[in-house]
Design a protein around this ligand. Structure first.
Ligand code: ITT
Length: 191
């Protein structure tokens, strides 16, 4: 089974990717590679950040690796928080602070359309590939559920009655932005 190092410090993402790809690849964490480092993320696009994170870890290790950059894009907020999803409520903020901020900004706005967009950048034997996954939905009026992470308690995917935080992980992974991007990567790698 081939090894793939996942360039992330987000343990929730790591768990999801291990569940999605674990039967075809041995997904290694930064900890498995004895790396305890901050990964720079200073670009202005999701694609740019995914590539920056993957290149940084590839240069450090020379190992086949990939990174995931994800943004929640809300129509009524002109696409925010988008590329700023991680620290939308400020440096050092929690997932809950970010959720609070978007709920406050939306207030009782009727147009609650949003999408999650995930770009995975894979570096395999020195060559670079990008894979995108997207899921459309709406932002609920209040938090629902305790599974998942980030904005999951307020994201209701189209065609479903449960938010991502109410769904069992296999269901979220089966329809999510990350699941879709990871499936494209799996296919491109011939699995
Ligand atoms: P790494 O860069 O170390 O991978 P990060 O948490 O900084 O971790 P991103 O910049 O890609 O990763 O993520 C932006 C934020 O978007 C993340 O912190 C969450 O708040 C949110 N997010 C990402 N994926 C999500 C998901 O599947 N469900 C809910 N929120 C998510």
């Amino acid at each position: 089974m081939s090894d793939l190092l996942f360039a992330t410090n987000n343990q929730h993402k790591l768990r999801e990717i291990q569940e999605i790809l674990g039967s075809d690849f041995r997904i290694l964490s930064l900890r498995d590679a004895n790396l305890d480092i901050e990964i720079p993320e200073t670009q202005e696009t999701i694609e740019g950040n995914a590539a920056q994170k993957a290149r940084f870890i590839y240069e450090k290790t020379g190992m086949n690796c990939f990174a995931d950059d994800t943004g929640l894009e809300i129509d009524a907020l002109d696409g925010r928080p988008g590329v700023y999803s991680a620290r939308y409520a400020g440096e050092g903020c929690s997932f809950d602070d970010n959720v609070e901020k978007i709920l406050m900004e939306l207030g009782d706005t009727q147009n609650r359309k949003a999408c999650f967009r995930c770009v995975i950048c894979l570096i395999s034997d020195g060559a670079e590939y990008l894979f995108e996954g997207r899921v459309d939905g709406v932002i609920t009026m209040e938090r629902r559920g305790s599974d998942g992470f980030g904005y999951d308690p307020v994201f209701l995917p189209d065609g479903h009655r449960q938010t991502f935080a109410e769904m069992p992980p296999y269901l979220k992974n089966g329809i999510s932005h990350r699941g879709r991007a990871a499936e494209k990567m799996r296919k491109a790698m011939g699995k």
